[in-house]
Structures are given as C-alpha cells and as structure tokens.
Design a protein around this ligand. Structure first.
Ligand code: ZN
Ligand code: ZN
Ligand code: ZN
Length: 368
C-alpha cells in the first residue's frame, strides 16, 4: 500500500516538475509511510527523490519508534551534535524544485531555504492532496467504522443517557472525550459542547457554563482511530439536544429548516457534482427561510487522515466530486445572544450515490 502511494506521488512529481518531496510533521507522513513525526524541535523528514530511494531522516533517540519498512525507505538517524538541515539538503542534492509538507514548521523551512538558496519550494499538498482526497474502499471502511463509533455516542446523548442538565459544558465535553476513546479512537480531536447562547459561536470552547433545563445544547465531537499500519482516520459529528420537553417554537422552526437543508446537501453530493453545488443546496434552503445571514460558514470539509482536508464544500470550489471523496455536510444557523444549531454527517461520494457514514438520528433530540 505505501509503495503504491509513493508511486502515485512520484508520478505526480514527474507531471508537476517536482524533484524532491519532503514530508515532516502532519498527516502526509503517516499516509505515505506509516510513521508519524513527533512535533518537536528535533526535525524529522522523509526525503523522497522523484527517482531514487526515500530516506527518513530522524532524531537518533526516536529511531526505536520507527517501524522500519526497508522496501519503502531507509532510516538516517542524526546525532545530537549533527546538523540535520545539512543532512536533508545533502539528500535533496541539486533539486530545482522541492515540494515540502504544508505543516512543516516555518523555522525549519527558513533553515532549509538558507541552505538551498537555488531551490524553489512549494507546498507538498500540490502533490499529496489529490492522492489523499480519493479514498479507496479500505479507507472508506475505516471512516465508516470511526463514524459508527461516534454515532453510538450521539445516540446516547439523544436518549438522555449522558447527563446534561446541571453539568458544566466542560464536564460533558470531558465525558464525550472519554467515550470517544472508549469507542475505539486513539485520539480525541475535539468535543465542542455549547449550551444556549454559547452555541451561536460555531467553535465555542466548552467552559464552566452550567447546562440548564429548557435550552438547546450543540455537541460536535470526533477523534482519530489509528490502525496497525500507523495510519489514523477521523470521525466528526454534530447533533443538537433540547434539555426538556418544551422546545422553543422559534428554535423548532429553524431546526426544521436546518434538517431539510442538511438532507438536501447530502442528496446533492453525487459524483460529478461541483463541491460548491453541495454548499448551494444547503444554503439555498436556509436563505429561502430567511436565515441566510445566520449561516456563517462553508457547508463542509474533506476528512480522512486529517480532520479537515480537501475537498472543501464551499462556494468557489468548482472541483467535481469523485468516487471516494469523503467530506462533512454541516450547515448551521447561529443567532447571537440566543442559540445556535448545526447538523453534521460525514458523507462519501460513491458511484451509486451519496454514502452517509453517520446514521445517528437527525431529528432534534427532545429530552424529559
Ligand atoms: Zn468546525
Ligand atoms: Zn464537527
Ligand atoms: Zn466538521
């Protein structure tokens, strides 16, 4: 698998005139070689020449972390008093063009450009993103498994099996995090819990606000499930709960619009449809209902080894959906000082139609 991914990367390097691909911290490295760099001041770098063998330059003390795959790369540990930048530049030789990891630390890039003044650098995503965006059946299965895990947590929230009223947002967020791990993830990426007026901020940070009876709570959570091959796949879901049995009429009316808008966007997400048309499908319904100015973000983001990646479901992205694209569909309505709501599923585009990877109930959960 890694060999074929690197083959595809080399084919793109050939087509794009890139001599060397350099991958460091971030999700490209595990995706292409199964190793995840520690995000520390000691540099790790996979150096992939277009022709020739790949080398993983790694801090000597981290060598034991590497699951060696000699058919993919050789390991070049550097000692504490060595200059790793010189070592990396040496492996790159006289490269005219280097594509370097988007999440590489800027400090290391500055050092490399000083060491390689005649080389032009571009983002590695120009090579890696078109490959990563198209998930194979195994990857979709792993996203589905992660999705099913957060679906079970969402269902417990909707059934009132996770206490909300009287708890702080932070306590519920911690409980969601605990369940994300218990359900098989290796990492919690986020667990947004936003009560009442706090939900009007789409990325609200769960705090000491105590959740009361008779108000809405927005929960948006997900994590990463890492397989034996070292590659992790992400989950991401949003559901909304009303904490007693008398939901506010205005909220219910808006929720009905949101529910229909989200479903319409999922239906629109067929192979060949431009990404922006999926956004438009959701947005049009929300605009028609008079809530257009309250839908303050794009409809979705791609998901895979990273929680947010290409393709983005946003106006202006004319890229047609391809079989194997996986992305969120998550319209929202946010009214400052009152409440906010968002409904989110991960969907895979497939030749036989949109394939939702989240199945938890889409209706407003009304407790009590
Ligand atoms: Zn978000
Ligand atoms: Zn989310
Ligand atoms: Zn999302």
């Amino acid at each position: 698998m890694f060999a074929s991914r690197l083959d595809r990367a080399r084919a793109r390097m050939e087509a794009d005139g890139v001599d060397v691909l350099m991958l460091s911290v971030g999700s490209d490295l595990p995706y292409f070689c199964g190793y995840e760099a520690m995000p520390l001041e000691r540099i790790t770098m996979l150096v992939v020449p277009r022709e020739g063998d790949a080398t993983l330059v790694i801090p000597g003390l981290e060598r034991a972390r590497v699951h060696e795959r000699p058919e993919i790369f050789s390991v070049a540990p550097w000692g504490e008093t060595e200059d790793p930048i010189a070592k990396i530049a040496d492996l790159a030789g006289a490269a005219d063009t280097v594509a370097i990891g988007d999440h590489m630390w800027a400090g290391f890039l500055v050092d490399l450009t000083n060491q390689m003044p005649n080389t032009s650098f571009r983002r590695a995503s120009s090579i890696t993103s078109p490959i990563r965006q198209v998930k194979d059946a195994e990857e979709v299965a792993r996203l589905r498994k992660a999705g099913a895990a957060v679906d079970r947590i969402a269902t417990r929230l909707q059934r009132g099996e996770i206490p909300l009223v009287g708890q702080t947002e932070a306590a519920v967020s911690a409980e969601l995090g605990r369940q994300i791990l218990e359900e098989g993830h290796d990492r919690v990426n986020f667990a947004i819990v936003a009560a009442g007026e706090n939900a009007a901020s789409p990325h609200h940070h769960a705090g000491e606000r105590v959740i009361r009876a008779g108000e809405p709570v927005l929960c948006d959570f997900g994590g990463t499930m890492i397989g034996d091959d070292g590659i992790g796949y992400c989950s991401d879901i949003t559901r909304n709960i009303w904490t007693d049995d008398r939901p506010d009429r205005e909220y219910l009316e808006a929720y009905a619009v949101l529910h229909e808008a989200q479903a319409a966007a999922v239906r629109a997400a067929t192979v060949g449809t431009p990404c922006q048309d999926v956004d438009r499908a959701a947005r049009q319904r929300i605009v028609d209902a008079g809530f257009g100015s309250y839908f303050v973000h794009r409809t979705g983001h791609g998901i895979g080894v990273e929680a947010h990646e290409d393709p983005y479901i946003v106006e202006g992205n004319t890229q047609p959906l391809a079989h194997g694209n996986a992305f969120s569909v998550e319209p929202g309505i946010y009214i400052e000082g009152k409440w906010g709501m968002r409904l989110e599923d991960i969907v895979a585009a497939a030749d036989d139609g949109p394939d939702p990877l989240n199945r938890a109930d889409h209706h407003l959960a009304v407790l009590g």
